[in-house]
Design a protein around this ligand. Sequence first.
Ligand code: 5RP
Length: 228
Amino acid sequence: MNMDLLKENVGKEAVKLIDDGQVVGLGTGSTTHFFIKHLGMRIQEEELEILGIPTSFQSLILAREFGIKVTSLDEHDVDIAVDGADEVSSQLDLIKGGGAAHTIEKLVDSNAKKFVVIVDESKLVDNLGEFPVPVEVIPDSLRPVTNALIQMGGKPEIRMGIRKDGPVITDNGNFVLDTKFDIEDPAKLEVELNSIPGVLENGIFAGITDKVIVGKMSGIEVINKEEL
Ligand code: 5RP
């Protein structure tokens, strides 16, 4: 079984959680690609009235491609958000932002009444920190924020573009500092990072996950926060 099949399986499974009439946060990445695709197919087949709130240009484009009407946080509350992750800890804390979309993802996911994460089993870890924490910074703050992250014990590296010279520019027009940390307390680090002037948002999502759907070679595992 290849990874794409595991991702498609969890995407399809998450679509089953969506009810007619709901406003759905549309996450970003290769796993949520399948969720958006299958949600669009279900909407057409069952003639559902669903609105999506994209978390990136990628998910906006996919929503259009698969026929999902979109709205914004300005206009609607989010009933349920479905998103991917780069790491999921045993406490269901996350590192996100591998696609540099974590700022809007956190806005949408943390405002959802229910937040569901879909991953393949390679994303499960005991403790966060193997994956560097993406920190979105406004370009003018690059040097002082880099210094502040080093002071905090981090190892920041500016994310560079592929098929684009220079740094990655986020959907919000900013840079990303991928910063390796030894993470003891994710919730504390999340708050500390956001208190550095010039930091817009970081990729630690502590304490907001309600459910994780994990695609494994052996099948699908569902982990619910209330059962931990
Ligand atoms: C984008 C994200 C993604 O959800 C995360 O990187 C996982 O992506 P994928 O499903 O492609 O592994 O946080 O900013």
